[in-house]
Design a protein around this ligand. Sequence first.
Ligand code: FES
Length: 241
Amino acid sequence: MGNETDRRGFMKICGKTALTVAVAGAAARAATAPAFALENAPRVRLVTADGKPLKASALPMHANWIFHYPYHSTPALLIRVEDPARPTEVEDKDGKSYTWPGGTGPDKSIVAFAAICAHALSTDNRETSFINYRKVRNQMTGHGRVITCCAHASVYDPAAGARVLAGPAKFPLAAVLLEHDPKTDELFATGLMGSELYGEFFKAYRRDLRKEFGRRKYKTFVKGDTIAMPISDYSEDAIEC
Ligand code: FES
């Protein structure tokens, strides 16, 4: 058991869910099936800016890092919360339940979500980051240890599948599924769960994305490695609210 990856643990959860569903019937199946957003999403390793593998145990507590996944141009937040993040039942934009698998890493506290707000697609880029995690209470809503989108004050709980705590957003951020290799301490992004908004994101930001990432490359999958870095290194202005 010690060598089993977190993904296997997650698949066990899915297996249990599937068993429950089989018993409960078709209506329950629709309500609890895993909400994989992109079944063909790549498996990529997270590395630091110098190309070395990002070690899970080296990620600081309350880290707020950025990496691009599953596309070259789509940012995701990598966060280390204080306590183990347990599997959580949340609902997608259509009101269907799914089980977010919880945190990964040595103490199950590393989580990742798409940095594309579920309200109106505010995001993080080289110039400005509207959506980010902070330990301290934000001034707009009084919540601490949360992901806040400072555009209109949507607040998401990173320790509970990014469920909405406050603001106009109606459903959680899409979850990036992570895998931890306990032998090497490396982290991998392996898929997406929940309500992905990439089609709308590409439409809204096409001109900027083409300019920054390349005319076609911006909407191609990342392969191999993807660089993860503190949001303060990535963005000139990580907005705090
Ligand atoms: S776009 Fe994020 S709260 Fe409106």
